[in-house]
Design a protein around this ligand. Sequence first.
Ligand code: ADP
Length: 394
Amino acid sequence: MDKRTGFPTVGMVGGGQLARMAHQAAVALGQSLHVLAVAADEPASLVSPDVMLGHHTDLDALRRFAATVDVVTFDHEHVPTEHLRALVADGVRVHPGPDALVHAQDKLVMRRKLAELGLPVPAFTEVASVEDLVSFGDAHGWPAVLKAARGGYDGRGVWMVSSAAEAAGLVPELLAAGTPLLAEAKVEMRRELAAMVGRSPFGQGGCWPLVETVQVDGICVEVIAPAPGVPRERSQAAQEMALRIATELEVVGVMAVELFETDAGLVINELAMRPHNSGHWSIDGSRTSQFEQHLRAVLDYPLGATDTLAPWTVMANVLGAAETPAMGVDERLHHLFARYRDARPHFYGKTERAGRKVAHVTFLGDDLESLREKARLAAHWLSHAVWLDGYSIH
Ligand code: ADP
C-alpha cells in the first residue's frame, strides 16, 4: 500500500516497453508502476521513479522487490517457474500465478494442456533425441517445426527442419546447450490472428475483437483490429476459446492467444500472459487498453469496457533500420506530425538498432486501406526517414 496515496502498488518484473506502457496506464489509476529492471536505461526504468535494479532470475532480487509491492506481475515470461513458486510460498500475490504462467513459459506444457482440453493445436511431440525429430518428421511430413520449449521470442528459438540430415546437424547441439525442444507439424496457414482477453481473480472476463497480426521474418510488423474478413461465428468462437483457456488455466491479467488461420479453421500457436504486441492497438483504439485491463485484473478491480473507438484500428511496429538515418528521430517525428495529424506514435525510449522494436504508430478510422497505407508509410518513415510513396517533406 502506498501510504501517501492509499492505493495498492503493482510491481512488474521486467523493464521493457510493456512495463513502460503499463506505467503510463498505471498513472491514470493513481498508481506508479514499480519495476524490477536489469538496467537503468531500459524503457520502463526511464519513466518510473520506483525502479529496483536486479535480475529476474535472481530469487533474492525477486524477494526484495516483492517486499516493496502488493502484487507482482510480469512484462515477460522469463522468471524461472520455481522462483515464482517460492514467492507464492512466501505469501506474495503473484498474478498470473505460476500454475497459469507456466503455460506461457513452456511450449510443451502449453501444447499438452491445450490438447488435453480438446483445443485445436498442431501435432507435436517432445524432442529428446535426433530420432524423436526424425520419426516425427517422417510421420507428419517435412519440414517439421522445431522449437525451444522455453526462452524463445520473435521467432528466435524456431527452426524449420527440412530433412533427417538437417535434424542430425541441429538437434544434438541444441540439446547439449540445455535447450528443451519440441517438434510441431508445419501448419499451412493463410495468416496469423490473435485473440486477447482479460480475466480478474474474481473471474470476470472480457475480450477485444480478434485481430490480424502481419508477420515478416517471425516478427510482427502490423496489427489490424478487427481482423478483416473473419466470419462473425469464427471470431466469436475464437473469443470464446480464449476466454475458456483463461478460465481453465485461472489466468489473472491479460492473455493473448496467437492463432493460425487455416482452411480448416483456427489452430492455436502460443499463449502470452501479459500485454502483447498484438494488443498495442487498444491504447488508442479501445475504450480500455490492454495495459489498463491488465492492471485492473491484477488489482482485482472490475474490468473495463473493450469496445472499439472506430471501425478500424491499424498499428505498425517501428523497427530499427539496418543503418540509423542521419536525420534525428526528433526531426522524423516532427515531419510525421506535419504529414499526419492523426498519427498516434508510442516511443519506447530505446536506442535504434537493426530490427529492434523501438516504437509503434497507430491510426484509426473508417477506411481500412488508407489506414494501412498510412501506418505502413509512417512506420517506415520513423525507421528510415524515407517516405516510400515519394512524398516530399520540402
Ligand atoms: P516465438 O515464441 O519466438 O514468437 P512462435 O512459436 O510464435 O515463436 O513462432 C514464431 C513464428 O514461426 C510464428 O509466428 C509462425 O509464423 C511460425 N510458426 C511457428 N509455429 C509454426 C507451425 N507449427 N507451423 C507453421 N509456422 C509456424
